[in-house]
Design a protein around this ligand. Structure first.
Ligand code: AMO
Length: 410
């Protein structure tokens, strides 16, 4: 067996080494012939021996060692790894990421995160969505606003992609109809908060020939039901380590932003910022829907034109409002989505109204001159979904190598 030393315990005439590998833990028994041998926690080792059944171990087996070889010795650790909870501050944990991920809880977080993306892919493919790969070096920001990272591209100004937004719409119009992507997006946001990263992973989907933006919400609702079910089946061990119970999901409630403001006002005496919810508002709305309807998720719809990006479809029946939504989960927005403008003139006008020069977005705008169908989509922030599901306090804990205003290493 090959793996790492989780823990060593010496008794008078025998030592026990708990070996761990990607599949779990096993106790190895070092008898007299190994007396005096030094085995450090977290060293990489190879062990030969005999597996014997024992009632004393959880997995029903231990290994009587014939031979043990240290492949690579671990130096003194910056903090104890084999404790249930890492006893160090988050900065130190992130500085020593390789070591902190050896901790059983931390190990479980990223196995679950990987299962989330696996389940998302499985679901999207089952619904006829095709995986796409879009550029991360781009000529314009796709979401409006100034939070883009600029860089020099052979003497020209370029940006790191804020979202695959334009490209997913272009792929729908290119004839693929239904596309998804799991990829990095970059936000030059100065918020050093517990829910903002400067690079995160976006689970994006976009679909064509829709009748309305309700179809998009339905698709996302179903995707999340599938993901949660998949985790229950495939991540039982990891969920137990994290003491995480996956909530039962049904149809998520949907309310308009106006209704959300009314609830905040009537039930909590809270006034909200114009056209949006602030962090406290998101938290209170989630509390309300959890307590009143038992739902950890709630869709908020019909944001005003002013607070949504230029590609968002206005709602002709509710002037000033858009066919857009956010999805809140346990107090935080984890998704934005909606229907997009697929008519060239309307889109050009929308760019102008947002103070953007359509000429600079010509290649995107041209998409809508050659038969682009009604379409829409959504994007889930993977780290936010993971951290909320697993009850992590900080979104950084759900990023293997987080990027924030102060952190570029490791
Ligand atoms: P938006 O900008 O709302 O929408 O982002 C979608 C989701 O991405 C996550 N997210 C973040 N996660 C961590 N750190 C950040 N700084 C951060 N910013 C956003 C959130 C958010 O809900 N193109 C649209 C999506 C669409 O309409 O399809 C977009 O990018 O979970």
């Amino acid at each position: 067996m090959k793996g790492w030393v989780h823990r060593v315990r010496h008794l008078k005439s025998v030592s026990f080494v708990i070996l761990k590998d990607r599949t779990g833990f096993v106790q190895c028994v070092l008898e007299k012939q190994f007396a005096g041998m030094k085995v450090e926690n977290e060293s990489a080792i190879v062990v030969k021996g005999k597996a014997v059944a024992t009632g004393q171990q959880k997995n029903g087996v231990e290994v009587i060692v014939d031979d043990i070889h240290i492949l690579s010795k671990s130096e003194a650790l910056p903090f104890e790894v084999n404790k249930k909870e890492l006893d160090a501050n988050l900065d130190l944990i992130l500085n020593h990421r390789v070591i902190s991920m050896r901790n059983e809880r931390t190990q479980a977080i990223f196995r679950i995160q990987s299962a989330i993306t696996g389940a998302f892919e499985e679901f999207m493919r089952s619904k006829g969505f095709m995986q796409m790969f879009t550029p991360k070096l781009v000529a314009q920001g796709a979401e409006g606003g100034a939070n883009v990272f600029k860089l020099d591209y052979f003497g020209k100004e370029a940006f790191l992609a804020q979202s695959p937004q334009f490209y997913k719409q272009m792929m729908v119009a290119a004839g693929y109809e239904r596309v998804y992507e799991i990829g990095p997006v970059f936000r030059a946001e100065q918020h050093n908060s517990s829910r903002h990263l400067n690079e995160y992973t976006s689970l994006d989907a976009e679909m064509g020939f829709i009748e309305g933006f309700e179809e998009i919400m339905e698709m996302e609702n179903e995707a999340l039901v599938h993901i949660f079910q998949y985790l229950k089946v495939t991540c039982e061990k990891e969920l137990a380590v994290l003491e995480c119970e996956i909530p039962e999901l049904g149809e998520f409630p949907r309310i308009s932003l106006q209704e959300a403001h009314d609830i905040l006002h009537e039930s909590f005496g809270k006034s909200s910022p114009e056209g949006d919810l602030d962090g406290e508002g998101e938290m209170l709305i989630c509390k309300y829907f959890q307590e009143t309807y038992g739902s950890p998720f709630v869709f908020i719809t019909h944001y005003p034109v002013e607070t949504r990006p230029m590609y968002t479809m206005p709602d002709s029946e509710q002037p000033g409002k858009t066919k857009s939504f956010d999805l809140l989960f346990r107090g935080t927005e984890i998704t934005s989505g909606g229907q997009r403008i697929h008519e060239y003139e309307l889109l050009e006008k929308s760019f102008e109204e947002k103070g953007l020069n359509p000429i600079e977005f010509e290649s995107y705008l041209n998409t809508f001159r050659f038969g682009a169908p009604p379409h829409g989509g959504f994007a889930i922030g993977l780290e936010r979904l993971t951290s909320k599901l697993l009850g992590l306090k900080n979104v950084r804990e759900a990023s293997a190598f987080p990027r924030d205003c102060d952190r570029l290493v490791p």
